[in-house]
Design a protein around this ligand. Structure first.
Ligand code: ZN
Length: 142
C-alpha cells in the first residue's frame, strides 16, 4: 500500500482569497453581501450586481441549500481524486441565493437534483478552504 495522495491547495488571490479567508475565519461558508442593498453574490465581485455599490462584506451563510446541478467524474489526473473515482461535483444553490461548487461526500444513494444539502468547509491552507457538499442532516461535520 502506498500513502494516500495529498491535495495541493491552490493559492487564490484577490477576491477569491478574501472569500476563502472569510470562511476560514468564520469556520464555515460565508457569502459576499452588499452593504447597501443586501444582495448576496458568488463568486465575489468588486461591485454589487444589483446596485453597483462597492461596499460589501462576507457574512456567514447557513451552508444549507439544494442540488442545482452535478456531474460525476470517472477520470482524473490528480492523485488525490484518482483514488476517489468516480467522484461527484455538485453545484449547490444556497438558501442565501448564490450557487457554489463543492465536492460531493456521503451520497451513497446517489445525488438527486433538488436534494437538500449541507455545505461545509475544510481548511487546507491559510488561504484556501475546500467545500464539501453532504446530504442534509447526515451530520458528517467534523
Ligand atoms: Zn447592492
Amino acid at each position: 500500500m502506498t500513502a494516500p495522495a495529498e491535495r495541493k491547495p491552490p493559492r487564490p488571490d484577490e477576491l477569491a482569497q478574501e472569500f476563502y479567508r472569510a470562511a476560514l475565519a468564520a469556520g464555515g461558508l460565508c457569502v459576499q453581501t452588499c452593504s447597501s442593498c443586501g444582495q448576496t453574490s458568488h463568486p465575489p465581485r468588486m461591485y454589487c450586481p444589483r446596485c453597483s455599490s462597492g461596499e460589501w462584506s462576507f457574512q456567514p451563510a447557513s451552508g444549507r441549500g439544494t442540488v442545482y446541478s452535478f456531474t460525476v467524474s470517472h477520470y482524473s489526473v490528480e492523485p488525490y481524486w484518482k483514488e476517489r473515482l468516480p467522484y461527484t461535483t455538485i453545484v449547490v444553490e444556497l438558501e442565501e441565493g448564490p450557487r457554489v461548487v463543492a465536492a460531493g461526500q456521503g451520497w451513497d444513494e446517489g445525488v438527486q437534483l433538488g436534494a437538500a444539502v449541507d455545505v461545509s468547509v475544510e481548511a487546507l491552507s491559510e488561504d484556501f478552504a475546500f467545500l464539501w457538499a453532504t446530504p442534509a442532516g447526515s451530520a458528517d461535520d467534523e
